[in-house]
Write a protein of this length. Structure first.
Length: 339
């Protein structure tokens, strides 16, 4: 798929020839995005051969648009469901703004706005989503939790040849699955809710994109995913302040306490899953964006393991994480990266 094909699709769909149509840089996805301009307005044209993934994104987009949420409206869809035109929601991601401004007052206001909009999305969609229409998993239960744990085992522990007792580790994984399955409250969980998937427009309004992998899960998951992402590197004080700001949006004290009790188990899961993704995309596929984050990902899970007292319940997993900071492990990473 090239820009010329995208341009022709745009013209057929809208009756207007775009004045420009350029291919945007890809990240970790197989999707190809094009930026088109016509009659003084900009649009995003997306091409993706994975029709099931497209259907999930389009399903969620329809619900979100009906609820007037901060997500892209869909303008046109190709007959084969492989290409669609969506609203342009801003020239910069929140990740780019953070990289440029660090922790300015402007960035703090955007972070707070993001958590307000996330809460609104979670509250507005309650009981309005048919999770059987989701892309990969209906809910964050045994299958995806186990997958995330194995992602860490396969692409970090095994790739780096760390030592562990297999059956002891897998028993701990089963215990972690039960822990995560029982977290409340539950609702829509966007899953990859990070600053690079949040757009900022010229009016400093934030919008959410890349929600095709959403499922039912702990509401706190996206908050943890956003505030504790390695690349944003928010100070601890800001993470805690914004976490409490999010939780206080809920009126019931019982729900607030459930959310607070969910934070550490979800942090553990998110840190492991993200580090596993860095291992796969970085150590295996050698993608630069992910390589740059491996060190920070190791730092995050190491610090968490040191400070969360419940990690004592998972000694085998703790042993693997401690090995990540050994000199021989660091040398192994260097050898892989330079191969």
């Amino acid at each position: 798929m090239n820009a010329e094909n995208a341009k022709r699709f745009f013209e057929r769909s809208t009756g207007t020839e775009p004045s420009e149509c350029i291919t945007l840089a890809q990240s970790g996805s197989a999707r190809v995005n094009f930026l088109a301009a016509a009659d003084g307005k900009k649009y995003i044209i997306t091409y993706n051969e994975n029709i099931q993934e497209n259907e999930s994104f389009l399903y969620y987009s329809g619900i979100f648009s009906d609820l007037h949420l901060n997500t892209p409206g869909i303008i046109s869809i190709s007959d084969d469901r492989k290409m669609y035109i969506q609203e342009f929601l801003g020239a910069h991601t929140l990740s780019e703004v953070i990289e440029r401004e660090s922790l300015s007052d402007h960035v703090k206001s955007l972070v707070k706005q993001t958590l307000e909009k996330l809460y609104q999305l979670q509250a507005s969609t309650e009981n309005k989503i048919d999770f059987s229409k989701t892309f990969e998993y209906e809910s964050y239960d045994e299958l995806p939790v186990t997958h995330d744990l194995y992602y860490f085992k396969n692409f970090i522990a095994d790739v780096l040849e760390l030592e562990y007792h297999k059956s002891a580790l897998l028993k701990e994984f089963k215990e972690i699955v039960i822990l995560i399955e029982n977290l409340e409250p539950k609702g829509i969980m966007i899953r990859d809710f990070q600053a690079r998937n949040i757009m900022v427009n010229e009016q400093n309004e934030v919008s959410f994109i890349d929600y095709q992998s959403a499922m039912k899960g702990p509401l706190i998951y996206d908050v943890v995913s956003f505030l504790f992402q390695a690349k944003a590197n928010f100070p601890e004080s800001i993470k805690n302040e914004m976490l409490e700001f999010y939780i206080k949006q809920f009126d019931q004290e019982e729900i607030q306490n459930q959310l607070r009790n969910s934070v550490d188990p979800v942090k553990m899961m998110r840190f492991l899953q993200v580090l596993g993704a860095y291992g796969f995309r970085g150590l295996v596929q050698k993608k630069q964006h992910f390589l740059a984050s491996i060190e920070k990902g190791i730092e995050n899970i190491t610090e968490f393991t040191r400070t969360w007292e419940n990690m004592k319940d998972y000694p085998e997993l703790t042993g693997i994480i401690q090995q990540l900071n050994l000199e021989k492990t660091k040398l192994k990473i260097e050898v892989i990266l330079n191969h």
